[in-house]
Write a protein that binds this ligand. Structure first.
Ligand code: SF4
Length: 114
């Protein structure tokens, strides 16, 4: 019985250590989101996926139309729900591993919540 208590305590301690070991890298990913996006290579407008979604670094050059109550002229990557980070170049869940311009746009644009 006493041995079982020791095993449970050790099991709990190991679980906490494992959780802590995972939390540190995840926290640094979130906190370094800006730095990560800035380090990504810029999305090439001639990339096939970028072309299919009509992506442009300069949203004024993209075929924007009013979407879900947001005027076309107000739609840019920096206020898109799918953008990640802050700054001139952002991460984007549609183009993983590439940076999109904060003033860019593609047809997947969706208004950022909040
Ligand atoms: Fe920009 Fe959003 Fe399109 Fe990504 S999904 S390229 S953030 S408009």
């Amino acid at each position: 019985m006493k041995e079982n208590t020791f095993d449970n305590s050790r099991r709990m301690a190991l679980k906490k250590m494992a959780g802590g070991a995972l939390a540190v890298p995840l926290a640094s990913l979130v906190l370094n989101g800006t730095a990560v996006a800035a380090d990504l290579p810029q999305l090439d407008e001639s990339d096939p996926m970028a072309g299919a979604l009509k992506y442009k670094h300069d949203a004024t050059q993209a075929p924007r139309t009013d979407k879900a109550g947001t005027p076309a002229a107000e739609q840019v990557c920096s206020n898109c729900q799918l953008a990640q980070g802050e700054g001139e170049w952002l991460g984007c869940s549609i183009f993983p591993g590439k940076a999109v311009n904060a003033n860019g746009w593609c047809t997947a644009w969706i208004k950022r919540a909040g």
